[in-house]
Design a protein. Structure first.
Length: 203
């Protein structure tokens, strides 16, 4: 009888050990699964963060458009002020006033966009445009109007063409909206300066 008890006790101990081992294996398996899930989730989060960062980046060509547009806008304001000071014709002076008003407004909007998108903001017009400003500033009052009108026609013909193309090509939605909204203003400037040119003839 005593021997039977010993046998039963041994069998019970063996079963208990096997049960503990099974529980331990299940726990380790679940722990490994949890670790895998956490790792996968972390990878997903990292991918999401990277995607967000990429979405915030501005295309190189979009950045170039923004910089060139603000350069042109600053130049138009500077030349508009010259027209107010040096213009002989009242029409030229009035056109210069419109340039300062319209392009200052557009420059403020574009500057805010450039800063929000971490694009390097130029503080002054580029060297070629600075030279144009200097050349016109040296014109006599009698020669200024004709030179200014020609410069405005050339500039706005190029601007209208560029903005029309970029309004279709730009990837950044904010810069695209800016180009679309500014294009009619530039077209009006071109129409107005052409009308001034025609009204003044060769004078």
């Amino acid at each position: 009888m005593k021997g039977l008890r010993i046998i039963i006790l041994v069998l019970f101990t063996v079963c208990a050990l096997q049960a503990c081992n099974h529980v331990a294996k299940n726990y380790n398996s679940k722990s490994a699964d949890s670790a895998t899930v956490e790792e996968d989730t972390s990878d997903d989060d990292a991918s999401a963060d990277t995607s967000t960062t990429l979405n915030l980046a501005v295309d190189k060509e979009d950045s170039q458009f923004a910089v060139e547009a603000i350069n042109g806008g600053m130049t138009e304001v500077a030349l508009g002020k010259l027209a107010i000071q040096k213009g002989k014709s009242k029409k030229v002076k009035n056109f210069g006033t419109m340039m300062v008003k319209d392009h200052s407004k557009a420059n403020d909007k574009l500057t805010a966009l450039i800063k929000s998108k971490k694009i390097d903001l130029p503080m002054t017009p580029d060297p070629a445009q600075q030279k144009m400003i200097q050349d016109l500033s040296r014109k006599s009052e009698s020669d200024f109007d004709k030179a200014y009108i020609k410069a405005m026609i050339d500039d706005h013909q190029e601007d209208v063409k560029t903005f029309a193309e970029e309004a279709k090509k730009l990837q950044d939605p904010d810069l695209k909206a800016f180009a679309i909204k500014t294009l009619p203003v530039l077209q009006k400037h071109l129409d107005d300066i052409n009308a001034i040119h025609d009204s003044m003839g060769d004078n």
